[in-house]
Design a protein around this ligand. Structure first.
Ligand code: SIN
Ligand code: MN
Length: 295
């Protein structure tokens, strides 16, 4: 899928692109059907909401679940990012976020690249998120909120929040959010929430400041996030387990466009469990950070 010049300009200006209904209900069916069984597993890769049984995030399903392994190689998700970054990509992170009915907790304001830099030593922001909705997303079930254009600020100051939710995050404080929203138009467009049917896709810059509220509605808001990183920009430290920050920097090879509807062989290296090596972590750099080029 090629981005048009208008889409490229829009991405540069706003830091995200929204593709309502890009995948059909037939294409998302097998993905949806696989989620309950994955969420039921008592495994480290299922992070539950604070004090609850509901799953907040399932990590790395593309390593052990066939439908998600195919999604992780889908040209509609991979190719636009490859075009934008002008390089082959590897999978830095893969998650199925629950935001379950009544139980789904907030995601505080943050930039993903803040966490990838501070925790994983990812050299630059040459990485991107692509999300696909597995449920309809409305104003009621905790849609993502973006501050358009906030990616232009580069890496902003963040604090490591270990307590608000069950998942540690480098978060941006309220004063800076106020300024960024004001700069983006204040009450007129300073915050946007792409909403649409299951199968919609969002592509967003790793420095785009975003958040989401809790889900008090009776409707789940399951979404899948692929965090794709330029191969040359791979992480330099294994501070977090491999199911959260991957260590295989081999370029992703796409499957054909009909891969969610037909059988294609995919590797499932963690089908029988996560290897012990993937759980090992270290504060040491695996290699030095490259020097940042002067602008
Ligand atoms: C995220 O920012 O990583 C997740 C946000 C969400 O799913 O609402
Ligand atoms: Mn995020």
């Amino acid at each position: 899928m090629k981005l048009t010049p208008e889409q490229l300009a829009q991405f540069d200006r706003d830091g995200y692109l929204f593709f309502p209904g890009l995948f059909t209900p037939e294409e998302t069916q097998n993905l949806n059907d696989a989620v309950p069984e994955l969420y039921n597993r008592r495994e480290d890769y299922n992070i539950r909401e604070k004090g609850k049984d509901a799953v907040r995030t399932n990590f790395a399903a593309h390593m052990y679940s066939e439908p998600f392994a195919k999604l992780a190689r889908h040209p509609r998700m991979i190719e636009p990012v490859q075009d934008l970054l002008g390089e082959a990509l590897y999978m830095h992170q893969f998650k199925i976020n629950g935001k379950m009915a009544f139980e789904g907790d907030v995601w505080q304001w943050h930039q993903d690249y803040g966490t990838w830099l501070n925790d994983d030593m990812m050299p630059t922001e040459r990485a991107m998120n692509v999300a696909i909705f597995l449920d309809d997303v409305t104003e009621h079930n905790g849609p993502l909120m973006f501050i358009p254009g906030s990616h232009k600020k580069g890496v902003v100051e963040a604090k490591h929040d270990l307590t608000t939710t069950s998942y540690p995050l480098w978060t941006v404080d309220n004063d800076l959010i106020r300024q960024l929203v004001q700069r983006a138009g204040g009450k007129q467009g300073g915050i946007v929430s792409p909403k649409g049917p299951a199968g919609s896709m969002i592509l967003f810059h790793s420095c785009l400041v975003h958040a989401s509220g809790s889900n008090l509605s009776p409707f789940d808001r399951v979404s899948v996030y692929l965090s794709l990183c330029a191969v040359s920009n791979h992480i330099r430290r294994y501070k977090r387990p491999e199911f959260i920050a991957h260590r295989d920097f081999a370029p992703i090879e796409c499957l054909p466009d009909d891969c969610l509807l037909n059988d294609y062989p995919v590797d499932l290296p963690w089908k029988d469990g996560i290897p012990a090596t993937a759980m090992q972590t270290s504060m040491e750099a695996i290699e030095p950070m490259p020097e940042r080029k002067a602008a």
